[in-house]
Design a protein. Structure first.
Length: 345
């Protein structure tokens, strides 16, 4: 065997996200992962998150991990501790810890986007940790504007504020931190201490993102190594959001209509981030592409399941190829490509 790959599983023994997994929500088939890694002379060792002490010296080890969307993100918080610890100990975390922190954390994702990409790839945005921070910049904000809570999928927690008053009202609602007795004590401090500034009662983080008018649809692209799966999502009637309209309303693979240049656009993002897998939401206003969001781990795979073809670049041209491999095989091949690309054994 060339080397060992550690795959961290959750408390259920599951790894990864797979739309049509059996049992329901059980992730990738671990036997298939072992089978396909063995083709490339890699041995797989599955380790539960809480059993990392059994690994021993992790320096230089290749470690794949899963994330979680548990209610309240309590277990996801534990996963972050484990993965960050392993990265500090010298393990080769795939993908890096920052992508785990960005998973279901749109504020940190937005910060990463702003760090890595320029305005030609990303929408103008603001991140705030309280209502008061936003109020200091309220006169610099262009309306309408999209308001996003940090967590949530299928367009949950995404709002359109058309005016300044709309925005203030919405932000007050989603950022409320109502701790009655704590707030009461803090109110009393303002009487006891001169010039005391009370704690905000609206200190949940959120994002404001540039609004793109008149969109009729957007696209999601799933990337596994050199294979690109695409599907089109129509904006819901009477709404401004495409995500969440229902998988049966999407157009997949060869049935998807997409603008010229979209694959080159997402390829640029993918190569810049240098991750093995990626899910990207893309908008197009008829002239320019915009990256709305991305995830590098634990993203939905309906785009793979429902697609009949994927797209690959050959001689600088994008061509469709019939999908014949299971997602476990495609996932493993993307990991192998990533290891080779980064000269990792």
């Amino acid at each position: 065997m060339k080397s060992t790959i550690i795959i961290l599983t959750d408390y259920k023994g599951y790894f990864g996200s797979k739309w049509d997994s059996v049992p329901y929500r059980s992730g990738f088939n671990k036997l298939l992962l072992e089978k396909y890694f063995k083709v490339f002379n890699y041995k797989v060792k599955f380790v539960c998150m809480s059993d990392i002490s059994t690994i021993g010296d992790v320096s230089g080890l290749n470690v794949l991990y899963t994330s979680s969307e548990d209610k309240g993100y309590h277990y996801k918080d534990f996963i972050e501790d484990v993965v960050y610890y392993l990265q500090l100990q010298g393990a080769n975390i795939i993908p890096g810890y920052s992508f785990l922190k960005a998973n279901n954390n749109k504020v940190f994702m937005e910060l990463l986007k702003n760090q890595v990409f320029n305005s030609n790839l990303s929408l103008k945005s603001y991140v705030f940790g309280s209502l008061e921070e936003m109020m200091k910049k309220i006169n610099k904000i262009d309306f309408p504007i999209v308001l996003k809570e940090p967590k949530g999928a299928l367009s949950r927690g995404v709002y359109l504020a058309k005016t300044k008053n709309d925005l203030i009202k919405l932000v007050k609602k989603i950022t409320k931190t109502n701790y009655f007795f704590h707030n009461l004590k803090d109110d009393l401090r303002s009487f006891k201490h001169d010039n005391y500034i009370k704690e905000s009662k609206n200190r949940k983080k959120f994002i404001l993102q540039q609004f793109i008018p008149n969109l009729t649809n957007d696209w999601k692209v799933l990337i596994y190594g050199d294979k690109y799966f695409i599907f089109e999502r129509s904006v819901r009637n009477g709404d401004f959001r495409a995500s969440g309209s229902g998988v049966n309303n999407y157009k997949y693979g060869s049935n998807c209509n997409y603008p010229d240049g979209i694959f080159d656009y997402v390829e640029n993002i993918y190569s810049t981030l240098n991750v093995p897998n990626l899910s990207i939401d893309i908008a197009f206003d008829g002239d320019k592409f915009f990256m709305l969001e991305y995830q590098a781990i634990n993203f939905g795979t309906v785009g793979y399941t429902k697609s009949d073809v994927f797209f690959v670049k050959n001689n600088k041209k994008w061509k469709s190829v019939k999908k014949e491999k299971c997602i476990e095989q495609i996932f493993v091949e993307s990991i192998i490509q990533y290891l080779k690309k980064n000269s990792i054994n």
